[in-house]
Structures are given as C-alpha cells and as structure tokens.
Design a protein around this ligand. Structure first.
Ligand SMILES: CC/C=C\C/C=C\C[C@@H](/C=C/C=C\C/C=C\CCCC(=O)O)OO
Ligand code: FE2
Length: 665
C-alpha cells in the first residue's frame, strides 16, 4: 500500500500523441492494480498524476498499458513511464519503465523496469515469461528473407510500407526524404532541358550541370580532379578508404612489358623502401556490363600502383586496366608520362571501378546490409530488457527502412544502378555476391583491417588514424556497459538470448559466415565487447566514412564516373572525343549528381554519435559510462579540429559531431 506518482511521457515527433484513451496497471512482485485512469496522451507532453493504492504491490516490476479506441485507432508513441513510490518511512524511489515504441491496437503492452535484467533470476520467472512472449511477437514482426542468393539476408518487407511501425521513419524524416527525392527528380528534368541544345564535347561541359556544387570540397574536386596527388589522396581519405593496401610484393598480375624495365626497377625500389601501395579491382573481372537505353556499357578490372612520398602524398605510378589473359597476355600499362588525355582516361577508369566497389562493397554491403543483419537479429533474439538490446537499439534507428528503400529504388530492376551504372543490369548483384564471399570479421574491425592493409601509423592516413581512435572510444563505452551487467565470463557463456543472437547473425543473417571469422558464440566478455564494438562502429563511424563523401567526391562526375560508355583504351593515343564518348552522358551524369547529393547530404534530423535521447538504462552506473563516452568523443572532436587546421584538405568524415548515431541514409 502507498502513494504513487505516475508520469506518462509521449514522443515529440508528429502524430506521437493519441486521441485514444490509455489504461495503466502497476504490477508488483506481490500484486497488481489497475489505475482506473483514462488519459489522452499529448505529443511532447509529460503528464503526471498521483494515486493511492491500498494493496501491497511489493517491488514494482512492470507497468502494463493498453490504448482503448472507441471508433478510430490512433497510434501513440510512448517514450517512457516513470513511477515515484512514496512508502511509509521510506524516501521517495524513482522507477523507470522505458518504452520508445508505437502503441497500436488495443492489446496490453508490458514494460519491465530498467533494472529487470539484473534481478530476473529472483523474480519467480515473471520476467522470463514476459521475455518469451515479447520475443515470440517480435519474431512474427521481423522475419528474414533472402532478397538475392549469395548476399546477407534482409528483413522480410517488399517495401517500406510492409515494415513494422517501430522500424519506420518518423514523420519529419519521411517528409524530408520524400521532399529531397522530388527536388532531385525536378533538378534532373531542368538540367536535361537546359542541356538539350548545348554542346557536350569537352570536360568543361560538365559545368553546365554542376550547379554551384553542393559543398566547398566538391568545388575543389572540380578544380583539382586531374592532379595526380589529388587522385592518390582519395584512396587514403576520400569516400572509399577501404581498398588501399601496402604492397608486400609486386602483384603477380602486374606483367611488365618488354622495354619498361626501368618501371620495374622503380617499383622494386619503392617496395624495398616500404612505400609501395596498391589498389586491386580484380573483383570486377568478368562482371557483365550493363546495357543502358540500348547502349552497351563497359567495365574494367584495374590495378593501381602508388608510391608514398616523404611528405605524405600518395602518387600513382602505373595503371593496368585489365587482368592478363589469353587475348591480352601483356595488357598495356599506363603511366603518368603518357600523353595527358591518355593518362587522364586511365585514371578515370580506375575511379569508375572504385565507384562500383565503394558503393556496392564498402557502403551497401559492409555498412548498410551488415547493420540490417544486426537489426533483424537483435529484434528477433534480444528482449527489450536485455542490456545488449539497450546498448544497440539507438544505433539501429531507421536502418531497416533506408535499406528497404535501397532495394526498391537503387539496386532494383529499373533502379539507379540499371539506369546509370555500368555494373547495373545484374552485374551489381554479382559484385555483391563476390564481395560477400570475401567479407571477413577482421575487415570490419579497423585495428585488424588497417594492420592487414599496412595503414597503421601512416601520417597522411587520416581515415585510418581517426577510425582507430573511434574504435577505442566505442570499445571503452561497450566495455563499460558490459562490465556493469556481466560480472564474469561465465555470465556471458550462460546467457541464452545473447548466444542465440550471435548464432542468428553469423549462421542465419550472414549465411554461415563462421568460415570468414565471424563468431558462433561468445566465450568471454572480451569476445562480446569486440563484436558489439564492431556492430556500433559499423553502424556509425564506418557508415559516416563511406557515405558522407558522396556529396564531396561524386557530384563532379568526371572525378568518379558512374558508368563508362566505351571500352577501356588499349593504346596510348587517346583523343578528347574518346574521353567524352566514354564518360557518362548528360542524363547519366545528372542522375549521379542527384543521387550523390540525396545520399551524401547532411540529414536534418541526424542524432550525433552517443547523443541519443532515449534512456533505456537508468541508474548512476550506465549514465557514468555514457557521460565518459560523450567526453571521449568531444576530446577526439577537438583533436580532429586542431589537426585539420593545418591541412590543405581537412578530413572531416570521422569528426564525432558529423557521425550519425545509426544508418539512416
Ligand atoms: C549511389 C548509391 C549506390 C549504392 C547504394 C549504397 C548504399 C545504400 C544507400 C541507401 C539508399 C537508400 C535509398 C535511396 C532511395 C532513393 C534515392 C532517390 C532515387 C529515387 O527516389 O528514385 O546509402 O546511402
Ligand atoms: Fe548510406
């Protein structure tokens, strides 16, 4: 018996309130009581009321709530319920029941209090029963589907409309996304009109559709894209810093034609000096090229060799556009000393190939589709009271919707890839399949990946430096939360939901990825922390590193052509007509610019890394861990700002303030 003050907090997004009435129960260890209230929750409001309860409820464990609709069903977004207990001779006690979900229909929803997972074993199985019912419902809502064979599984949803309401964009996000699509389509139409009667026979003609550039760096790209050091820089710190690796030997595919022995001597010298680097696009070899509006597009599978200069500049040394084969046992090598247009076209072929592997492998597969596997497995295996659910859920916001939209608009039949990309038309799916077969656990963990690629400690590798710093900061955050909930390794080993989550990711979502180093169980807190750190890093920092740069590096189309309309050159006499006949045409270039802006622009409702408002945990312990996380991020922010001040090209994509807390675009 005692007096209770109850606070009902409603979300702040549009339509979060409800005209339906809400009924509440307090459920204690010894009894439960219906509060007899009928409140209509209002958007952005916290509504308090007090009740005297005659029964002895015992320690509160759940709040139960139900929305009652007479005529119209009106979903309600409940943030949380907070209860203060005033009991005789005891000071006031605050108990929080997090929700952060839509309340639809008229079923009863059970909210466990925030520390429930810690006391679940002593509570007569009440929490166990709740968890089982919750997961049974979630497994119905979040199903797996194989969208295309050979790539990670996705959420079962033919379009975003089929997703559960809790996985959908909130109104503000939806309105902004749809508005941007309309702006983009309008811009393409206007540019087509504008260029109908104009020439398209010089590289400067791309200016006709480059309306002012959407970023300062995009304008710099337009001015400097032809420069070799600017070209090389992008493989360290551009929109795709994931392919560059330090050479441990001359690649076997690099067949040196007779008469170019001095090149071989230069390469070997750089190799000995430990400053030879390579980017190999062999993954594209033999991929079927797209046919766009009846015009066959073309693909290459380049190898690029570069040398790291003492001043940190990365300069291209040689480009081989095709793998040696029966029809071309010694493919021509293109050099910086070749005629300028020849060398420029060879570099353009490298950047077109980089566009394919960046968007399909680094961006779509290694961030978006990985995050989707984490999201579906989390919803299917971890109950809302589980500490790893609470830790991860803020980093999974909106990901299922943006990925579903990608499957219906970008990589679908007739989508962006089919309309304007030379791997479109099905080749893009083969690239995804090939990239999936070489998707290792190590490649998703920067300390391992960058060590394997020889990029640790390289002074001009700013992505590498910032990625390792962020990994360490996220790792400390994850360890802080894990150590509060798992007091020894045995607790990890004997957590059935956690072990099921691990297996669901590796064996189901990633299609038996244990062969690629992914775990099928966690035997220690360290193993758990490493994996969860990888999940959060992938959903935040890594996506930021490969998404934001689309706006800066892809809107000046010649710097990263989305398609190539002529075969790669096999001789050194390249003309401007050949270059313009190869580069994307006006329509394809307009589509590339629009998509790059749509996907790379700053999201107006973005939540910066570590600054989500939802409070799934409560108490001083988790809050102290989160506070330390935010402090560490702020320290890194200041470090990066200071470092960037001395750089001609600041590297901004891993500045914590620019890293979104989840993959939403
Ligand atoms: C250029 C993008 C290439 C590959 C995709 C890589 C990652 C997925 C992407 C998500 C996109 C999701 C939705 C885009 C939908 C529509 C865009 C506008 C086109 C249209 O509306 O027709 O990550 O950002
Ligand atoms: Fe993205």
């Amino acid at each position: 018996m005692g007096r209770y003050r109850v606070r009902v907090a409603t979300g702040n997004s549009a339509f979060s309130g409800s005209n339906n009435q809400v009924q509440l129960w307090l459920v204690g260890l010894r009894a439960e009581v219906e509060l007899g209230l009928r409140l209509r929750p209002a958007r952005g409001q916290m509504e308090d009321f007090e009740v005297d309860v005659s029964e002895d409820l015992g320690p509160l464990q759940f709040v139960k709530l139900r929305k009652i609709h007479l005529l119209i069903k009106d979903a309600w977004f409940c943030n949380h319920i907070t209860v203060w207990v005033f009991e005789q001779s005891m000071e006031e006690k605050e108990i929080v029941f997090p929700c952060y979900r839509w309340v639809e229909g008229d079923g009863i929803i059970c909210l466990p209090e925030t520390t429930a997972w810690m006391i679940r074993n002593e509570s007569q199985g009440l929490f166990q029963k709740h968890q089982e019912e919750e997961l049974k419902a979630r497994r119905t809502l979040y199903g797996w589907v194989s969208w295309k064979k050979g790539i990670p599984l996705s959420v079962a949803a033919a379009s975003e409309k089929d997703l559960p309401l809790d996985a959908r964009f909130h109104e503000e996000k939806k309105v902004d996304f749809e508005r941007t699509r309309v702006v983009g389509v309008t811009e393409i139409a206007l540019k087509r009109l504008y260029t109908l009667l104009s020439s398209w026979n010089s590289l400067e003609d791309f200016d006709q559709i480059f309306w002012g550039g959407k970023s300062a760096l995009a304008k710099r790209v337009r001015l400097s894209w032809k420069d070799d050091d600017f070209f090389g820089y992008q493989f360290l710190n551009g929109v795709n810093p994931t392919l560059l690796r330090k050479s441990s030997s001359l690649p076997t595919r690099l067949v040196i034609p007779p008469g170019t022995e001095d090149l071989k001597a230069q390469l070997e010298r750089k190799l000995q000096e430990g400053c030879l680097f390579e980017v190999d696009f062999s993954l594209l070899a033999g991929i079927q090229a797209n046919v766009i509006q009846g015009e066959r597009q073309h693909l290459a599978a380049p190898l690029l060799m570069l040398k790291m200069e003492p001043d940190g500049k990365l300069l291209p040394m040689v480009i081989q556009l095709q793998l040696p084969g029966s029809d071309s046992p010694v493919p021509p090598l293109f050099l910086p000393s070749d005629p300028s247009l020849t060398w420029l076209l060879a570099k353009a072929w490298v950047k077109n190939s980089d566009f394919q592997l960046h968007e399909l492998q680094a961006h779509l597969l290694k961030t978006h589709l990985m995050a989707e596997v984490f999201a579906v497995a989390t919803m299917r295996c971890l109950p809302g009271m589980h500490p790893i659910f609470k830790l991860l859920i803020p980093h999974l916001r909106y990901t299922l919707e943006i990925n579903t939209r990608a499957r219906t608009k970008l990589i679908s039949n007739g989508g962006f890839f089919d309309q304007a990309v030379n791997t479109g038309g099905g080749g893009h799916l083969d690239v995804l399949r090939r990239a999936t077969t070489c998707l290792t656990y190590r490649s998703l963990c920067p300390p391992d990946d960058l060590a394997d690629r020889g990029l640790l400690g390289v002074p001009s590798a700013f992505y590498a430096h910032d990625a390792v710093r962020l990994w360490d900061i996220i790792s400390r955050y994850v360890q802080g939360i894990v150590q509060l909930h798992y007091l020894e390794d045995e607790v990890v080993r004997s957590d059935p939901e956690l072990q099921a989550w691990c297996r669901e990711i590796t064996e189901i979502g990633l299609c038996k990825a244990q062969e690629r180093g992914f775990p099928v169980s966690f035997q220690s807190r360290d193993e758990l922390c490493h994996f969860v750190t990888m999940c959060i890093f992938t959903c935040t920092a890594q996506h930021s590193a490969v998404n934001q740069g689309q706006l800066d590096w892809y809107t000046w189309v010649p710097n990263a052509p989305c398609t190539m309309r002529q075969p790669p050159p096999t001789t050194k006499d390249v003309t401007l007509e050949m270059v313009m006949a190869t580069m994307p045409n006006v329509h394809q270039a307009c589509i590339q610019m629009t998509i790059s802006w749509h996907l790379g622009r700053f999201q107006p409702d973005m939540v910066p890394l570590g600054h989500h408002k939802e409070q799934y945990f409560s108490g001083p312990g988790p809050q102290a861990v989160l506070n330390r996380f935010q402090e560490d991020l702020y320290t890194l922010e200041r470090e990066i700002v200071a470092r960037n001040e001395s750089l001609d090209l600041p590297y901004e994509y891993l500045k914590p303030s620019r890293i979104e807390n989840s993959i939403t675009i």
